[in-house]
Design a protein. Sequence first.
Length: 257
Amino acid sequence: MRRRLRLIGIGPGGPDDLTVAAVRALNEVDVFLVADKQRGVDDLVAVREEICRRHVTGDYRVITVPDPPRDRAPSAYGTEVRDWHAARAAAYESVLREQVAPHETTGFLVWGDPSLYDSTIRVVERIRDRGVLDVDYDVVPGVSAVSLLAARHRLVLNRIGGPITITTGRCLAHEVAAGGDNLVVMLDGALECARLEGDWHIWWGADLGTSDEELVAGPLHRVLPEIERARARAKAARGWVMDTYLLRRAGGVGAGS
Ligand SMILES: C[S@@+](CC[C@H](N)C(=O)[O-])C[C@H]1O[C@@H](n2cnc3c(N)ncnc32)[C@H](O)[C@@H]1O
């Protein structure tokens, strides 16, 4: 029997930032698989549980799956990530085989939108490739942290007719050296933007959608101390902080648009 998996974008943390389609999909799930990252970010599991409590009206089970260990500063980043995807696929596969009946629908609560810096689609593709289980899946889009950042600051991300680069803290310096001057940065625990030279403007947000949301905007080097303070506040409030920001070089083509 073909198993049905649903990858459901749940927004970036706020219990209200789900689409109607996502809520409908949540209510068709029998079993949710939740990765237990074992890194002291229990609040993220708690947020997912709160979303289920709030939006699911019927019965469901939650199975936490211990995340395979991962080297956070590997020498070969791509290889390390691919190995980790394979280990995660194997872990999910054994839980599906041992704890989920073939007729049950399995749901994955994907943070933000599944298309952006998330491995769930790749991991589920791995499960299919392994060929042990007959699975099919669909993807329900979610509100990304990027959408929420833009909304909170009332931004259009691209300048008129111009490009927008979405990148990570790790790749920021490279993208700027390659000419990027309008960039959204995610996954940046070290505020890499502080190293940039020149005249930049930043629109920053942390823990968007939650009651501890923080927002700062202004000339980059002038507002950095304010961002550091807001970041520390958000971290103290819930034990974790996730932030996203738009960086725009002043004076570029259409800079004011
Ligand atoms: C693994 S990525 C997941 C992105 C997610 N799929 C999305 O669409 O937003 C994690 C990064 O997303 C951003 N992020 C996620 N939730 C956030 C939030 N509530 N507020 C600000 N940034 C957030 C941060 O840059 C964080 O480092």
